[in-house]
Design a protein around this ligand. Structure first.
Ligand code: NAP
Ligand code: ZN
Length: 360
């Protein structure tokens, strides 16, 4: 029996077929544009470390062929008859979520990300049993609920990573009151895609920022371009000790296995650590730094749709975009290899359409 009878649209994209860490051209089907749907010509797609985790099957849950990509920006080419909020030609974005139940308490509060039926933009399963394919592809059909507007002032390429990296750090920063604590101190652990946006948000909201990094070569840029106040090399015990009990908050974005112990020591008594990173191995959580400082460790998974729009609008207002390296579709595999060896400043964005220009 045909499980997906309405999947009639042929789309060209790029997929990982196995755990090799590479993608290849892949042609697949998407559903027709339904009454509540928006069809988007994909212009740009950011390359999140989550893409790499999935491509390599780091978490053991990858369904191949895998079309990654959840930092998508593009232009609307078609809208369904129930769609009044978007028109053909609108500049829009799609992030990590493709579907949710729409009526549970979380969905009602626009915390679709915590709906227990949440379907991710790729490697998820839709209501009809079909697997979701992400933004490493030329066209996307999205339910209107999961589409956001990109403010006119933001370029579609440097805005793309806001759809995951941006909202993933914005949501816990807001939830824990960091955006209402000017003068408070935040430590950002790991200066990659998520980390560099966290620094930018924190500076826009008047926090003092310490970057905690394994890469001494990032110090100059972190301070001069991103505006960080301090930079600590996490492998240097002296530097770490000098920072003990100095921070109100920490956001941990380190994509590899590590211990939270030395990071917790940097927090004041009562300080809060938010873990957004998802390494393939459990992080170490020694109890002494936790109990001696009455500290809290929490997690956070992307953000809801209302909050995503709010974050984009704020970025439009404060002119916050990501620092990107644009890659052509021929360069995806090289970019993946560089991302794997922590060689990116600070996000690769794929120029999917290839015909794009900066005015879009
Ligand atoms: P990224 O751009 O690769 O940045 C990760 C940073 O971690 C690197 O820049 C590096 O910073 C540090 N790092 C890498 N390898 C390390 C190692 N072996 N030891 C210590 N530090 C290391 O990754 P990203 O896209 O920001 O994503 C970060 C993590 O968040 C990933 O695990 C990703 O899956 C996860 N994520 C979670 C969510 C969510 O909803 N919670 C959303 C998106 C991503 P330094 O060079 O400064 O040390
Ligand atoms: Zn992501």
């Amino acid at each position: 029996m045909e499980v997906t009878p309405n999947h009639t649209q042929t789309v060209a994209g790029w997929a990982a077929m196995n755990e090799s860490g590479k993608v290849e051209p892949f042609v697949f089907k998407r559903r027709e544009n339904g009454v509540d749907d928006v069809t988007i010509k994909v212009q740009y797609c950011g390359m999140c470390h989550t893409d790499l985790h999935f491509i390599q099957n780091d978490w053991g849950i990858t369904m191949y062929p895998l079309v990654p990509g959840h930092e998508i920006t593009g232009v609307v080419t078609k809208v369904g008859s129930n769609v009044s909020s978007f028109r053909v030609g609108d500049r829009v974005g799609v992030g990590c979520i493709a579907a949710s139940c729409l009526y549970c308490d979380h969905c009602r509060r626009s915390e679709e990300n915590y709906c227990d039926k949440v379907t991710l933009t790729y490697n998820g399963v839709f209501w009809d049993g079909s697997v979701t394919y992400g933004g490493y592809s030329r066209m996307l059909v999205a339910h209107k609920r999961f589409v956001v507007r990109v403010p006119d002032t933001l370029p579609l390429d440097a805005a793309a990573p806001l759809l995951c990296a941006g909202i993933t750090v914005y949501s816990p920063m807001k939830h824990h009151g960091m955006l209402r604590s000017p003068g408070g101190s935040l430590g950002v652990v790991g200066l990659g895609g998520l980390g560099h946006v966290a620094v930018k948000f924190a500076k826009a909201f008047g926090l003092r920022v310490t970057v905690i990094s394994t890469s001494p070569a990032k110090e100059k840029e972190a301070k001069e371009r991103l505006g960080a106040d301090h930079f600590v090399v996490s492998t240097d015990q002296k530097q770490m000790q000098a920072m003990e009990r100095s921070l109100d908050y920490v956001i941990d974005t380190v994509s590899a296995k590590h211990s939270l112990g030395p990071i917790l020591e940097l927090l004041k008594v009562n300080g809060k650590l938010v873990l957004v990173a998802a390494p393939d191995q459990p992080v170490e959580l020694p109890s002494f730094p936790l109990i001696f400082g009455k500290r809290t460790v929490s997690g956070s998974m992307t953000g809801g749709m209302k909050e995503t729009q709010e974050m984009l609008d704020l970025c439009g207002k404060h002119n916050i975009t990501c620092d990107i390296e644009l890659v052509s579709t021929d360069g995806i595999n090289e970019a993946l290899a560089r991302l794997a060896r922590n060689d990116v400043r600070y996000r690769f964005v794929i120029d999917i359409a290839g015909d794009s220009n900066s005015k879009l």
